[in-house]
Design a protein around this ligand. Structure first.
Ligand code: GDP
Ligand code: GDP
Length: 476
């Protein structure tokens, strides 16, 4: 079986042009294969080093009567059904039309990764249309010119992870390779290649809920002596270890696949139990490099604090790192069994948390004792909930009703008498949730206003603790 990409779009947006570009001369061979339907063309495509099958809903151009929409729908449904991913094409010069919206709606309902392409984007004429395409709620539009071959490198970048993932055995718990990660190494969460990350990954295998075929990736991070090894041993002791310790992501770390209360999790122990043998290393500081690697591999990061010395600078740095990398964060305060006045202590901790880590407002704070097992079940629940929030998707219509209210409650400023207009909001990605607001004078929107919106999103759509990205897009 080969990875199959379906090119979806209303007539005349340039689907065949792209199809021909991807398939080139190899088309004739495939097209002659008996059984290929008249309405769907398929061909062997090549893009750089990628090989895949491409389907084009070509027959549509022939239809001109009003049954067009019904046929377009049916044909599109069929193509989607055959595809591992869809490239949904709009005409950037024409902008978003009602037919585009119908098809986008079809795609959003299906559990298939979608790359949204705004074709005919050569020159400046296509820019507005490409921006408008955000409104379809299918992630970041990829500007293309099928005719002129522009945007092909970006298309490759979007497709490569999908084709690669297809080639991977999805449910293999014994991968001895480093566990795959969906994090880019650079910081810009909205760059061309990873802007769609959540869409793509969320689409096929992890649409919000826990996917039983893949372990949820958790890293327990904390400074030396916080109790990481004790905690992990406790969890393993209570639960079912699915595979033995595997080489982890750093020289001294290990990864463990466990069934924790019915959920498969892959836990990274950064302290490394093996390291325990070498006592003097316990004096070491937590290496930032190790912590960073663990954070990048994790979906949920458990920041483990020692109740006796909570929120030290190293702890804050780790939590901040996890936030900046866009991970879901759970803060666990360990050695709670030693606390003489737990209630007062908990109040102090919450206060310190809010003051020192405002960027993680609402993140779960769980008290545990790795030694006695107290609070471990609450920790598990907090991890699942953080993961869930991290994957949350808010429908575009609800977002825009919300935006209207936010604007009415607290209008944006009018620098030099010219009012800032926030026209439209859409969620561009998940894991973590990322939103795009189309506006004018984006460079004049004060930080405090962006914070107002982010906090509003967090509170009104119940996304505590997860990092939220808000991106302002200039649109005249
Ligand atoms: P389809 O009906 O979606 O398969 O669209 P076609 O591939 O037949 O293209 C429709 C028209 O758009 C043709 O006249 C193409 O030459 C033109 N077209 C396709 N791609 C581009 C492009 O990138 N830029 C411009 N300006 N025109 C394009
Ligand atoms: P790591 O360096 O973060 O892996 O920390 P360890 O798991 O090695 O724990 C450091 C020390 O704290 C050890 O002496 C543990 O026995 C102790 N410890 C860990 N968890 C707890 C706990 O919940 N309660 C108490 N009282 N001691 C703990």
């Amino acid at each position: 079986m080969t990875f199959t990409l379906a090119i979806i779009g209303r007539p005349n947006v340039g689907k065949s042009t792209l199809f021909n570009r991807l398939v080139g001369k190899r088309l004739a061979l495939v097209d002659d294969t008996p059984g290929v339907t008249r309405d769907l063309r398929e061909g062997a495509a090549r893009l750089g080093d990628l090989r895949f099958r491409v389907i084009d809903t070509a027959g549509l151009e022939l239809v001109t009567d009003d049954s067009l929409q019904g046929r377009m729908r049916r044909l599109t449904e069929r193509a989607i059904g055959m595809a591992d991913a869809c490239l949904f094409m709009i005409d950037a010069r024409a902008g978003v039309t009602p037919s585009d919206e119908i098809l986008a709606d079809l795609l959003r309902r299906r559990d298939v990764p979608v790359i949204l392409a705004a074709n005919k984007a050569e020159g400046r004429a296509g820019e507005a249309g490409a921006v408008e395409a955000w409104a379809l709620g299918l992630g970041e539009p990829l500007p293309l010119s099928a005719e002129h071959g522009e945007g092909m490198a970006e298309l490759h970048a979007r497709l490569a992870p999908l084709v690669d993932e297809y080639a991977l055995p999805l449910a293999d718990p014994d991968e001895s390779e480093e566990p795959e990660t969906d994090v880019d190494l650079d910081d810009d969460e909205f760059d061309e290649e990873d802007g769609n990350d959540g869409e793509i990954r969320g689409g096929k295998t992890r649409a919000g809920a826990i996917d039983p075929s893949r372990p949820l990736q958790v890293a327990v991070i904390g400074r030396p002596n916080a109790g990481k090894s004790t905690l992990i041993n406790r969890i393993i002791g209570d639960e079912r270890l699915l595979t033995g310790p595997e080489a982890g992501i750093t020289r001294d770390s290990i990864a463990l696949d466990i069934d924790w209360g019915g959920t498969r999790m892959r836990i990274f122990d950064t302290a490394g139990m093996r390291r325990k043998a070498r006592v003097q290393e316990k004096l070491e500081k937590l290496s930032v490099g190790d912590a960073l690697r663990a954070v990048k591999f994790a979906e949920v990061v458990v920041v483990l604090l020692d109740a006796a010395i909570p929120f030290e600078s190293q702890d804050l740095r780790i939590a901040d790192l996890a936030e900046r990398e866009g991970r879901a964060v759970v803060v666990a305060v360990n050695k709670w069994d030693l606390e003489p006045a737990p209630n007062q202590k908990l109040r102090d901790l919450r206060e310190a948390f809010e003051r020192l880590l405002p960027q993680l407002r609402g993140a779960p704070l769980v008290t545990v004792s790795a030694q006695t097992g107290q609070g471990i079940e609450q920790l598990r629940a907090a991890i699942l909930r953080a993961y869930d929030v991290w994957n949350r998707r808010v429908p575009t219509a609800r977002l825009n009703r919300w935006l209207a209210e936010m604007l009415a409650q607290h209008p944006p400023p009018a620098p030099q008498g010219r009012r800032i207009r926030l026209r439209y909001i859409t969620q561009a990605k998940t894991r973590p949730p990322g939103f795009v607001v189309m506006c004018n004078q984006s460079d004049k929107i004060p930080e405090s206003y962006t914070r107002y919106l982010i906090n509003g999103l967090r509170d009104d759509f119940d996304m505590p603790g997860t990092p939220i990205r808000l991106h302002l897009r200039e649109q005249g």
